[in-house]
Write a protein that binds this ligand. Structure first.
Ligand SMILES: [Zn+2]
Length: 291
């Protein structure tokens, strides 16, 4: 295990990177790491993560009692304690509000599609924990549902949470979630996503050992009845590694909802006119299909 002084310096560095990348604003976010079997080193409450110094950190026990430090521990300490309680393998916990991933959390859209190999091998499906008031004991209760099976999750209308076998591992998972959210957003704006087939996902799962990744069942292929695990969306490929997303495009849904060629379409001008009610219905339909 790393020395306390190097872990303090690592927390400062991770906080600096999170703030520099815009994953946190103002005093948002919090970071913790195990110091031993029964002690945690944690960021204090009410400090900007971009400007911390090693002496600011608090040491607590696993029940949240402060053992050392001039400042009080993070206001989200209860969420961190809950993670360590359920994940003896977790050495570090990172919480931030990266904007694109948090946008998915606000929209209620989990990052659960099999799209990128790197995401599947490190995180698998990324679920959304139910909304809970920040800093209350509701938040650990919401996180509890998924933390046993997932190393990363979105927090509804709040942000994201990651765990790792060391501090930088947890932080890199936060980077991966935000990067994946950006790529997913671009693909959906472009109107098309090809998904990795289920066969390809299983192949990647088998390769995880050779990547040195041992996190518990991130794609949850055999535990569909387990409510603590969100299954990754990967269609059967019939030999193909990539499968076009079969959910209908907005244009197809527009056509269908208008009963074939829309009566109020003007094909020459490439223009379709909709009433406000028709447009609202289409948007609702599109959002439902994204989920
Ligand atoms: Zn937060």
């Amino acid at each position: 295990m790393s020395s306390e002084s190097s872990l303090r310096a690592d927390i400062v560095e991770v906080g600096r990177r999170m703030y520099a990348r815009g994953y946190t604003a103002s005093n948002d976010g919090n970071i913790s790491v195990r110091l031993g079997a029964d002690r945690l080193l944690m960021t204090p409450k009410s400090v900007c993560k971009g400007f911390m110094t090693p002496d600011m950190m608090c040491i607590t026990d696993l029940d949240g009692r402060k053992l050392q430090g001039d400042r009080d521990p993070s206001s989200e300490m209860l969420m961190h304690l809950e993670v360590y309680r359920h994940r003896p393998d977790a050495q570090a916990v990172v919480h931030a509000h990266p904007p694109t991933a948090t946008g998915f959390a606000v929209a209620g859209i989990p990052l659960d599609r099999a799209v990128l190999a790197e995401v599947l091998t490190t995180l698998g499906s990324i679920p959304i924990a139910e909304y809970a008031t920040p800093s209350t004991k509701e938040l650990p209760e919401a996180v509890r549902k998924y933390i046993k099976a997932h190393d990363g999750m979105l927090l509804a209308n709040h942000g994201a949470l990651t765990v790792g076998s060391d501090l930088f591992g947890a932080y890199y998972k936060m980077e991966t979630i935000e990067h994946f959210a950006k790529i997913s957003l671009v693909a959906r704006m472009l109107g098309r996503e090809n998904l990795l087939s289920r066969e390809e996902v299983m192949r990647l799962q088998e390769l995880r050992g050779s990547y040195g990744i041992k996190a518990p069942a991130p794609i949850c292929a055999t535990t569909e009845e387990d409510p603590s695990c969100q299954v990754v969306q990967a269609p059967a490929g019939a030999g193909a590694r990539l499968v076009p997303d079969s959910s209908p495009s907005l244009a197809q849904r527009l056509q269908a909802s208008s009963g074939g060629t829309p009566a109020n379409a003007s094909p020459e001008a490439g223009e379709i006119r909709l009433t406000y009610a028709e447009l609202s219905a289409l948007i609702e339909d599109a959002v439902r299909n994204l989920r």
